[in-house]
Design a protein around this ligand. Structure first.
Ligand SMILES: [Zn+2]
Length: 117
């Protein structure tokens, strides 16, 4: 096993830098913890990381909106109309910005529909 050169990629599990080893037409990305990836398995891992990240982001933004709505209600309940309006405004804005993100996450064409795992 040659030493290879440092690649531009990181291990999907621990984000340590992956080394790139070329053996003829075969490229391998071994990780110092013992993981090893081919180009194909690496792109599968990267796709999955993007997918997971997008869903996590989507969920976080949805939670933010729910929280802002709840804050607005509470502000109304204690008579802080100004705060309530501001929270509602931010919730509306977040909802508007969430739309393209949701469309992206739900778009099966985003990954070229290449799931042959
Ligand atoms: Zn690793």
């Amino acid at each position: 096993m040659g030493l290879g050169k440092v690649s531009q990629f990181t291990c999907p599990d621990f984000h340590g830098v992956l080394v790139q080893i070329e053996e003829g037409s075969i490229v391998r990305f071994p990780c110092h913890t013992g993981h090893a990836f081919s180009m194909k398995s690496l792109i599968c891992e990267v796709n999955e990381a993007i997918d997971t990240g997008l869903w996590d982001t989507l969920r976080a933004v949805e939670e933010r909106i729910l929280l802002l709505r709840q804050m607005a209600e509470q502000a109304t309940a204690v008579g802080a109309a100004g705060d309530s309006t501001e929270c509602s405004r931010q919730a509306d804005l977040a909802e508007k910005r969430l739309k393209p993100l949701r469309a992206l996450v739900l778009d099966p064409k985003f990954f070229g529909h290449d799931d042959d795992k």
